[in-house]
Write a protein that binds this ligand. Structure first.
Ligand code: PSU
Ligand code: MN
Length: 306
């Protein structure tokens, strides 16, 4: 894979300074315009304020870039021809000189390939409701089964089948740590209703887990850090349930399937809640960016002490 590193990211990786990978699909497809560009910049700023260098990943003109410049980020946030790229699309999109945004799956794969160990996003993809018929399961899951990276997220979107997603993650050997909780978060809502085995108390402890995994020679799978919103910041659960039911009906009516499902449901949430879900979504991402930066900083410190 031919990958260009932004100057700042290249220097940080060279020195062993903390770096946090960020995805671009949330910018191009997950957040509404024109807020998306401002939010993308805020995410990067939050990573900096918490002690790490942000590396937003995406493709411009067929070039895969780790650490988009502000001009490149602007292009992916504003152009109408940005393709949502999963891992399987990366080579074709490069050869075809496309502009593209990377998902959790492709961001994880590219970040790990250049030696970045921590990645912040909003919510992970997973097993869709009715997947027993549609087979719709995000490549985020299978990619994490073979990619050594820590992904900080607020669980999986409540639009998915959360129980089935957790079962698949177990089968695929992907570890999950609740951050200061044993309840798996439900993205817009604090608690998805599912219990976790492991709870991490601090960024340092998560860095210890990364080190232990490496020392054990188990270099080929990801770890999910599930970071829930405080209860008083979640989307009102009743509003959430109503919006979700309407959204699922809308998908059926419009026959929306495949990679368009996630962006369509998120857009429905943002318009149907009159921006309430957007505020919550932004809070989620910024909190995850901060925690990811703290984990990356702790991991760098630990590596230095070795
Ligand atoms: N979660 C969000 N917003 C998003 C996504 C997830 O809150 O935009 C994106 C991520 O890039 C994730 C992708 O990897 O959706 C999952 O898409 P799919 O279900 O098609 O695999
Ligand atoms: Mn899918």
């Amino acid at each position: 894979m031919s990958i260009r590193l932004g100057d700042e990211v290249a220097a940080a990786l060279e020195q062993g300074s903390p770096v946090v990978a960020l995805e671009s699909t949330i910018v191009s497809h997950g957040l509404p315009r024109p807020d998306n560009l401002r939010i993308a910049r805020e995410i990067e700023q939050t990573v900096r304020e918490n002690g790490a260098i942000p590396a937003t990943i995406g493709m411009v003109d067929g070039e895969l870039i780790v650490g988009l410049s502000d001009a490149e980020l602007t292009r992916l946030a504003t152009s109408d021809d940005v393709i949502k790229l999963s891992v399987r699309d990366l080579a074709t999109a490069a050869a075809m000189k496309a502009d593209g945004a990377t998902t959790v799956a492709s961001t994880s794969a590219v970040a790990a390939a250049v030696g970045i160990g921590v990645f912040a996003t909003g919510g992970l993809g997973g097993v869709h409701r009715e997947a027993n018929v549609t087979f719709d399961e995000s490549a985020d899951l299978t990619t994490l089964s073979r990619t050594p990276i820590v992904v900080v997220c607020a669980g999986v979107k409540s639009i998915l089948d959360v129980g089935a997603t957790l079962e698949r993650l177990e089968t695929l050997g992907v570890g999950i740590l609740g951050y200061r909780t044993k309840r798996f978060p439900g993205f817009f809502i604090t608690d998805s209703g599912f219990e976790l085995t492991w709870e991490a108390a601090s960024p340092e402890q998560i860095a210890q887990v990364m080190l232990a995994q490496n020392d054990q020679g188990l270099h080929d799978s990801g770890i999910i850090v599930a970071n829930p919103l405080p209860v008083d910041e979640q989307l009102d659960p009743a509003l959430h349930d109503r919006t979700l039911a309407d959204g699922l009906q809308l998908l059926r009516d419009r026959k929306i399937t495949g990679k368009d499902v996630t962006p369509a449901l998120l857009a429905h949430f943002h318009s149907a809640t009159e921006g309430k879900s957007l505020d919550v979504n932004v809070r989620i991402i910024l909190r995850n960016a901060a925690l990811a930066a703290q984990i990356a900083a702790a991991a760098s410190k630990l590596a230095e002490a070795e």
